[in-house]
Write a protein that binds this ligand. Sequence first.
Ligand SMILES: [Mg+2]
Ligand SMILES: [Zn+2]
Length: 193
Amino acid sequence: MNRAIFLDRDGTINIDYGYINDPAKVKLVPGCAEGLKYLQEKFGFLFLVISNQSGIARGYLTHEELEAVNHKVESLLKEQGVKITRFYYCPHHPDHAEKQQCGCRKPSPGMIIKGLKDYQIDPASSYVIGDKLTDAEAGYNAGITSILLSHVDFSDQESFSGLQNPRLFPNFVAYNFSEVCDFISKDSNEKGH
Ligand SMILES: [Mg+2]
Ligand SMILES: [Zn+2]
């Protein structure tokens, strides 16, 4: 079986400006490419991107624009020796179009479950990394170890109360990719993977 890291895109791989629709504006989060390269070379992880893109349902961007942005993210990482296996995205939003919950918008685990099947991935030796508590919750819902790549200050009340909920509580909080790499190395070692 394969091992994978399910990566949120905006705010985790690339800087999140909100509803990015222009490939020219894509900038990688500092340390991301180096960290992912290390993890891919050392452990052979597949990288599957799982991204909520409700800007499509809201009419802020098209599927084509989204794919152009994904392609730019993919090529910026490739230049630095990192291979992304697949981009999954949820184009829905419950307040738009079908007006119902889809199974793919995080914190639902739909994109992760699809990735697990598509690439024969072992959930027990895989990880989810994201910058929001909904990423951690999607990991929880799929039974996968989650890492919150935090840009936020947890003294803020909303974030703090989120951390009191076990469904939202990530397995680890990292403040940069170097801490992500340290955690995964240590965790993999302890679990014997
Ligand atoms: Mg994000
Ligand atoms: Zn969806």
